[in-house]
Design a protein around this ligand. Structure first.
Ligand code: MN
Length: 514
């Protein structure tokens, strides 16, 4: 059970006003949910309090944390939007309403799957903070899912895997993605989860113990090598990603090299290479397993050095080496741009430097410059919620799969299976969302709307500018097609049309002329 004080303690140098705001939102929420109980029998306030606490620990701003406290009030209590506006202002209301709207996104099976995903994506794209609150809300609900009646568990867990996990993945939020995935997996695939667990038990009975021992060995080596500022951690690969890997490796545990991983976080790129040198001096590296994603970042901007070694005890271990800011980017993805407190890893680096890593990611609509260390509540309270699709949505493809422990082949496999990775979302002038493959053009768009429109496309406007018909569309573009009765498809369109639908129609219409 988290108190207002616990939440405030997570803030970075909170002002008196910020403390008051949190305290007020906490007691407001507490009385709003008075008498409500969760399935576990606990008072309801424990849920928003836990969500707010997680947001605070993640480094979100007091405004976002307040919205986290209030996130269920409009939906579940007599509190109205007007009440929230009067008590907490327009901005907090905007966030709470955004989260409330998202609760209508439900997963009902494959038919509506993509539709829900899209809705979620578009609805949240108005403000990344709404999405972060929603993901955090879901995380706490998943942590307490065992209290929920059994008949509901599977649906909620499946929805988590089908909607929330891909969204977190897409936004590069590796940490929350993984937590959600591992919590949901056993509920949706109990048999597979059991199989993975048994294999783990059989082949790696005391993984944690081994890792703890090897960590000490590595730490000593790093100190001997003259490294002073570093942080080490370790992990056993998550059950869900392990399951996918097992499937690819014919369930042969000997073919899995990254089951156990050690992470070293240092303060400079130079220290990354020194760490690599020390690790290789200590343990024998496996050939062809060294990946320098610092010199050669993954397409999504992910940076880290990976190497796989065999320790003196014969344990195969993947070592990931990165700086604090690279770590921050891998764990929090787009969220790292709006974090309010410095990362607690070594406490010296500011997440805002990340903009150098993934350029143009967080964009001007929020009036945030890379040198901002925190939001000014009042200034933000006066900022009208942006109605336009912010440009970050169009840049989001770059952050895809900012995950830490993927080998290149896995990255490719993931990219192929990930619904979002090969899709873009574009808009009609009336705001309808059309999803298209990457590389689609206005001609593809026209045919996606209707074959008649495609067949009579004369010209196109992309974001209100006249654009050639072979323009490559980008995420978030708004497209207007101008049709003329006299216009007909040209065989030249086949050179750039991407979708099979468009190609089929163009071929049909131009067959005579070919
Ligand atoms: Mn909730």
């Amino acid at each position: 059970m988290h108190t207002a004080k616990d939440i405030i303690n997570e803030l970075h140098k909170p002002t008196e006003e910020e403390r008051k705001l949190i305290t007020k939102a906490f007691s407001y929420t507490e009385s709003a949910h008075e008498g409500h109980k969760r399935y576990s029998g606990e008072p309801y306030i424990n849920h928003p309090a836990a969500v707010a606490y997680k947001l605070a620990a993640m480094g979100m701003t007091p405004v976002t944390i307040c919205a986290g406290l209030l996130h269920d009030t409009i939906e579940d209590t007599p509190i109205t939007s007007d009440d929230i506006r009067n008590e907490f202002g327009e901005e907090i209301l905007f966030l709470v309403e955004g989260v409330t709207k998202l609760s209508s996104v439900r997963y009902y099976g494959t038919d509506r799957h993509n539709e829900s995903l899209r809705k979620l994506f578009v609805a949240t794209s108005q403000d990344i903070r709404v999405l972060i609150i929603k993901l955090t809300d879901r995380l706490h609900n998943m942590e307490t899912l065992h209290h929920v009646p059994e008949e509901k568990q599977t649906r909620i867990a499946r929805e988590t895997l089908e909607i929330y996990v891909p969204v977190a993945h897409r936004l590069g939020m590796g940490k929350i993605r993984k937590e959600l995935e591992d919590l949901a997996f056993p509920f949706v695939y109990p048999e597979d989860a059991k199989r993975v667990e048994e294999l783990l038990k059989e082949h790696f009975p005391n993984a944690e113990e081994i890792l703890e021992k090897e960590r000490k060995v590595l730490q000593k080596k790093l100190v001997d090598a003259g490294l002073t500022e570093f942080k080490t951690s370790f992990r056993v690969k998550g059950k869900c990603s392990l399951y996918h890997k097992f499937k690819r490796k014919e369930w042969n545990p000997d073919r899995i090299y990254d089951l156990l991983a050690m992470r070293v976080i240092v303060s400079s790129v130079e220290d990354c290479y020194r760490t690599l040198g020390a690790a290789h001096d200590l343990w024998r590296p496996l050939p062809k397993r060294i990946k320098d994603y610092i010199a050669f970042p993954k397409p999504n901007g992910y940076q880290s050095i990976h190497t796989t070694v065999t320790t003196k005890n014969g344990t195969i271990l993947e070592i990931q080496i990165r700086t604090t800011k690279m770590h921050q980017a891998a764990e929090f993805g787009v969220a790292s741009h709006i974090l309010y407190k410095p990362p607690t890893v070594t406490g010296t680096h500011r997440p805002s430097v990340l903009s150098a890593l993934i350029p143009n990611l967080f964009l001007p609509s929020n009036k945030q410059t890379s040198s901002d260390s925190k939001h000014d509540i009042h200034e933000l309270a006066n900022t009208p919620p942006h109605k336009k699709i912010p440009r970050w949505i169009s840049e989001i493809g770059n952050t895809y799969n900012q995950e830490s422990d993927n080998s290149t082949s896995e990255f490719v496999a993931d990219a192929e299976s990930d619904f979002f990775s090969n899709r873009i979302f574009v808009f009609t002038p009336t705001g309808d969302v059309i999803d298209m493959p990457v590389g689609a053009t206005p001609v593809d768009f026209a045919y996606a709307i209707h074959s008649e429109i495609g067949d009579h496309t004369a010209s196109a406007k992309v974001n209100q500018k006249m654009s050639p018909l072979d323009t490559e569309l980008k995420n978030g573009d708004m497209i207007e097609i101008e049709t003329k009765k006299s216009a007909n498809p040209s065989p030249k369109w086949l050179r750039f049309a991407k979708t099979s639908l468009a190609r089929k129609h163009i071929k049909l219409a131009t067959e005579d002329t070919l």
